[in-house]
Design a protein around this ligand. Sequence first.
Ligand SMILES: [Zn+2]
Length: 341
Amino acid sequence: MSVGIVYDPIYLQHDTGSHPENKQRLVAIMDLLEKSGLSEQLTSIPPRMATAEELLTIHSQEHINRVESYSETGGWLDGDTMASSGSYEAALYAAGGLIKAVEAVLHGEINSAFALVRPPGHHATHHRGTGFCLFNNIAIAAKYAQQQGIERILIADFDIHHGNGTQESFYNDPSLLYFSTHQYPFYPGTGAVDETGGGDGKGTTVNVPLPAGCGDEVYQQIYQEILPEAARRFRPQIILVSAGYDPYWGDPIGMMDLSVTGFATITRAIKEIADELCEGKLVFTLEGGYNLQALSYGVKAAFDTLLGNPEIEDPLEKSRYSKEPASAQEIMERVKRVHQL
Ligand SMILES: [Zn+2]
């Protein structure tokens, strides 16, 4: 089982200071991967810059220019999204790094990969960088896969926030199934059950908007029951994952209740779907996650799962809630009904 890792110190050049989405996130992850010896089991995939043509498959020229010019001076694209002098280059390498991972998996050089990139991407829309995101890495990589002849792509997004930019990018596209679990109502406000896709893409957007306080059991049900049904009907040829570790119970931003073991369960469920439907072709990319310990152990658990290592290490405390919200069951039933799963 060969598993790729995309990482480069260039991602630390997106310097956001004391913002929750800061370079210490990647430093902490890389430290743990080194210390545990796990990095020796991984195949390094050097990133490259995404090209202008690749960015333009998702973003307007105006938006690309704006990110570039904000990076020259440093500044805020919106109330919570900033650029520093190294941000434009880091963002080009983030999108290009994910493209390299997808390329390596499609060419069979590796079975699966995790791209440890920043800035994250899933909130970036055609015109805007927002929600800590500059370019939509996963959407750009999915367009790249489509250009390589891939006809059906599944994007699963377990970040606590809805990936509005990714949803928007493929809302009318029947060849991409976007599946998201997220806290709702919450930032960015999108991701209701009845947002199911438009035009020819009707039915290929599956939103599971969850009340705060959902934990390992609810997520297990969703990723072991609802996602596999949707995926079997769609028959993806590759699965891309927006991996956000902000549903962790101790995350400073989110209000979900997942443990590191819960993240491992989600990863295992997605890997089983990939093994069943698309020869294990699976590429993760980092989105959110702001508790550095949980983020590091969550990513390590993902690598252990992709590698097939038997032991998943979860040295952190479990959740603070005793019971998951009953309304989560109603939401799951509604999702199944709307999508006839
Ligand atoms: Zn998030």
